[in-house]
Design a protein around this ligand. Structure first.
Ligand code: 13P
Ligand code: SF4
Length: 368
């Protein structure tokens, strides 16, 4: 296993009020309500005039999520964003999320123009898994099936046999284990550990982490639960083991939203990026949502539980894409063709899995 240091952002400044990741990220300044309404109307008009579709993630600004839904686009988890972008009729996609999401869309739809509000919106998992080091890791373990999380660069996906997202990783690794395959997993160590524990698969792991989810604290969550004994605990699997261990539901962003909508509890403690609360509030207005704790008295980082790179997406960025053509995603064709194999394998598998749930058989596809 590569003992690679987890990307270190030194996340708190001298005042303790912010962190260097947030200071470094180009987060749009807050807008007055009238300005927001004006920018939103301009963005909607431009999307329509240019025949473009907005594909947004649940962690981006609530106004962007609303704009996507109001203009015929989508708000979704990373798997559904990929599917929606691929199937959309529009020839221009505006992807509001982080870079790997835009790249995945471009890989699936090379003929479409894929634009992002800010091309510098990245992800600590992607940054912590450089393609050359990852290729060396794979070369050292040729006997293993290479499974990478969606939160990676196109070049890393090009080196993989499979790409997975948090909504299908368990099923795909179970499938590979049933075929007797040993796995090389990258880059999220918490998601990897969770899947390994659930499936019992032989998994060699890269040592990456999400700077947002890594900050949720098991001890403080335990204390909070005692104050809310009836609350359901919802956890994204990029969180540490001590947090996942207390979960009633572990899953992708869409699974956590479904749990709030369908759950019988009145209160929900949510351990994921707090951008998700916007959609949860809309879909389950009567429920009480409580953010899971990210810091205790001993913590050095008072994380705000919001991804600095997701926060770089703003209404002005959408307008700039559409007016000036900024933020266009390009993926070199040889890389795209290789990455496409690992992404399509996942999409074929999940489509077959869906069909099999109705028909009652287990899919047997995509063996590398
Ligand atoms: P989902 O696939 O669950 O939407 O997660 C993406 C992500 O970046 C979580 O931090
Ligand atoms: Fe990456 Fe974490 Fe941000 Fe998701 S929340 S995009 S995993 S840094």
């Amino acid at each position: 296993m590569i003992d690679q240091a987890v990307f270190d952002y030194d996340r708190q400044d001298a005042s303790g009020a912010t962190c260097t990741a947030h200071a470094w990220a180009k987060i749009p300044a807050p807008l007055q309500p009238a300005e927001r309404a004006d920018l939103k109307a301009r963005a909607a008009a431009l999307l329509s005039a240019r025949g473009a579709t907005l594909v947004a993630h649940y962690y981006v600004d609530g106004e962007l999520q609303d704009l996507a839904l109001e203009t015929g686009g989508c708000v979704a988890d990373s798997l559904e964003m990929a599917r929606f972008g691929r199937d959309a009729k529009a020839q221009t996609l505006i992807v509001a999320g982080v870079r790997f999401m835009g790249e995945t869309s471009k890989i699936l739809s090379p003929g479409k123009r894929v634009l992002m509000p800010d091309l510098d919106a990245t992800c600590s998992l992607d940054l912590g898994c450089p393609a050359d080091e990852f290729a060396a890791f794979c070369d050292a373990h040729p006997d293993r099936e290479v499974v990478v999380y969606a939160n990676t660069s196109a070049a890393v996906k090009a080196r993989a046999d499979w790409m997975v997202t948090s909504s299908c990783a368990l099923e795909i690794v179970s499938h590979l284990k049933a075929q007797g395959r040993k796995i090389l997993w990258a880059p999220d160590r918490h998601l990897g550990r969770y899947i390994q524990e659930q499936t019992g698969a032989d998994m060699l792991m890269w040592n990456g982490a999400c700077i947002v989810h890594d900050e949720f604290k098991g001890l403080e969550l335990d204390l909070l639960r005692k104050d809310h004994p009836g609350a359901m605990i919802l956890v994204h699997p990029e969180s540490p083991k001590s947090v996942v261990a207390q979960a009633d539901v572990v899953g992708s962003t869409s699974v956590l939203i479904k749990a709030v909508v369908e759950g019988s509890a009145k209160e929900y403690i949510v351990a994921t990026d707090n951008g998700i609360l916007h959609r949860m509030r809309q879909l389950a207005p009567g429920k009480t949502l409580i953010e899971a704790p990210t810091a205790g008295s001993s913590a050095t980082c008072k994380s705000c539980a919001h991804c600095p790179w997701m926060a770089m997406n703003g209404l002005q960025g959408v307008i700039d894409c559409l007016e000036k053509g900024t933020g266009e995603i390009h993926v070199a064709e040889p890389t795209r063709l290789k990455a496409l194999v690992s992404i399509e394998r996942m999409l074929d598998f999940t489509a077959a899995l869906k069909a099999s749930k109705t028909a009652g058989f287990v899919p047997n596809i995509g063996a590398a």
